[in-house]
Design a protein around this ligand. Structure first.
Ligand code: PNS
Length: 167
């Protein structure tokens, strides 16, 4: 797959918001693969903090200087998207044992759907092993500091969003 252009990996997720844990995994992936595509799920049903368009902008801004990191959105099945992009690898981050069950289920289901795509798990740097988008949103909405947990530009957008909402 994608032999002419080198090995392409897809890093899928909701990224609502993008955290420093995601950034850590993406940069590790960028060192390991010729190109890594950060693929933001367009999930119309899921209630989100930032719109898909905003999340796309945030990630583009964070990785604007990384030549082999691309940011995109996708709908439908992940394996279909990976095929369309001619990617041979799906990258996922594993933080703790608690991630394992869900991740294993997804990896094996994706393998069942498409045996030519391999899921590769990577561990983030230790300070990010307990960072999640869900906790960032919760802490932020309750007035706690999320500084250092998200990239500075995302932090700024969070502040702006709370100013917009009068928070
Ligand atoms: O960061 P998240 O929210 O845990 O990411 C989940 C994601 C986007 C990787 C997963 O929901 C997904 O791949 N959705 C696309 C639909 C699909 O392919 N579902 C079958 C997965 S086995």
């Amino acid at each position: 797959m994608n032999k002419g252009a080198g090995r392409l990996a897809v890093y899928p997720g909701s990224f609502d918001p993008l955290t420093n844990g995601h950034v850590d995994i993406i940069l590790r992936g960028a060192r390991l693969f010729d190109q890594i595509v950060v693929a933001i799920l367009e999930n119309v049903e899921k209630e989100s903090f930032f719109s898909v368009k905003e999340r796309l902008e945030h990630a583009k801004e964070v990785f604007r200087e990384e030549e082999n990191v691309e940011v995109d959105t996708f709908g439908g099945l992940l394996v279909d998207y990976a095929h369309r992009r001619r990617a041979s690898v799906i990258v996922r981050g594993l933080r703790a044992i608690s991630d394992f069950e869900y991740e294993m289920q997804m990896a094996l289901m994706n393998r069942r759907l498409s045996s030519d795509i391999e899921t590769v798990f990577m561990m983030p740097a230790e300070p990010y092993t307990y960072v999640s988008s869900r906790l960032v949103k919760e802490i932020f909405s309750l007035g706690g500091s999320v500084s250092g947990l998200v990239p500075p530009s995302v932090y700024e957008r969070l502040q702006q969003s709370s100013a917009r909402q009068g928070g």
